[in-house]
Design a protein around this ligand. Structure first.
Ligand code: FES
Length: 143
């Protein structure tokens, strides 16, 4: 059911933990399954120099947070904002359809952490494109 990449990132998740004095923190949850993801970002000169996560959730959510933190490291905030849940799922060599919503959590967590940073800096938060509204409607978690 799961790709080797998903199993790898689930069994050996990268970037687990917290960042002391993180510049941006984003916590998101899926109300249906109760899974929670918290993303920590270190940002220097508009570039994400470190990213870590803590996820209380299913295997797909853990693999997605691991991959998402890998993908945004070294990116500018603009580039990191464009990392979609589809990109996370693709980098994981696919997720089963009923698990796609788990990767949405990762995208939302990154977005929330970026906006947390922007608001702290006195900048306007960026607006979600709302591309994934159909996935939100289907946030049914099947463990
Ligand atoms: Fe809840 Fe995956 S995030 S089942």
């Amino acid at each position: 059911m799961y790709s080797d990449k998903v199993m790898d990132h689930f069994k050996n998740p990268r970037n687990v933990g917290e960042i002391d004095n993180a510049d941006g923190i984003g916590e998101v949850g899926n109300p249906v399954c109760g899974d929670i993801m918290k993303i920590f970002l270190k940002i220097e000169n508009n570039v994400i120099t470190d990213a870590k996560f803590k996820t209380f959730g299913c295997g797909a959510a853990i693999a997605s947070s691991s991959m998402a933190t890998e993908l945004v490291r070294g990116k500018t905030l603009e580039e990191a904002w464009e990392v979609s849940n589809m990109a996370v799922a693709e980098a994981l060599e696919g997720l089963p359809p009923i698990k796609m919503h788990c990767s949405v959590l990762a995208e939302e967590g990154i977005h929330k952490a970026i906006n947390d940073y922007r608001v702290k800096k006195g900048l306007e938060p960026w607006v979600e494109k709302n591309l994934h509204s159909h996935e939100h409607e289907d946030m049914t978690c099947q463990h």
